[in-house]
Design a protein around this ligand. Structure first.
Ligand SMILES: [Zn+2]
Length: 177
């Protein structure tokens, strides 16, 4: 069964603040070797090797790895429509290449999961910025409709991109009266 991040499941998970506390000082992520220094997370292999050799440096999982492990995304992008099925590979390529580019600027911009759904694709991201960016790039590349919904309760940003919702209407006609 596909994993879904439903409201009831999310309520049982730790709140984002306790899930991803900022380290007190310099820290190294044991999962991806991201570094926390001067109040931000970034990647630098040479510096990561230095820090790994220093036993006084705290090992703290970075927010992206913590969210990956807990299956607790900050952004969810859904893409739907007839166009999506017909251009699956182009859209997937756009999502993956945009994510790589964004991660080069900000290590916390990471894809957590990409899944096919009946109506298109569902993509989860470690931070909301990447979900928004993906929505904007798909919209500017292929047109369609883009919507954003931000939930203050759980700090979750939902981005929905739709391009030609032809299949949806016909699927809905099977309905009991
Ligand atoms: Zn990490």
């Amino acid at each position: 069964m596909p994993k879904r991040v439903s409201v009831s499941v999310r309520n049982k998970l730790p709140q984002p603040k306790t899930l991803v506390p900022n380290p007190k000082g310099t820290a190294l992520c044991p999962s991806c070797s991201a570094i926390y220094e001067r109040k931000r997370w970034f990647e630098n292999q040479a510096r990561a090797r230095e820090l790994a050799a220093d036993r006084t440096v705290a090992l703290v999982r970075c927010p992206a790895c913590a969210r990956q492990k807990a299956n607790y995304p900050e952004g969810i992008l859904t893409v739907t429509g007839a166009f999506v099925a017909a251009h699956h590979d182009d859209i997937l390529h756009t999502i993956v290449s945009t994510s790589k580019r964004e991660r080069a600027h900000d290590t916390l911009c990471r894809l957590l999961d990409v899944r096919a759904s009946r109506e298109g694709m569902t993509v989860t991201t470690a931070n909301e910025r990447l979900a928004r960016k993906l929505g904007h790039v798909l919209h500017s590349s292929f047109g369609g409709e883009l919507t954003f919904v931000f939930s203050h309760d759980d700090r979750l940003t939902r981005v929905h991109w739709n391009r030609d919702s032809l299949g949806r209407e016909s699927a809905r006609t099977v309905k009991k009266r």
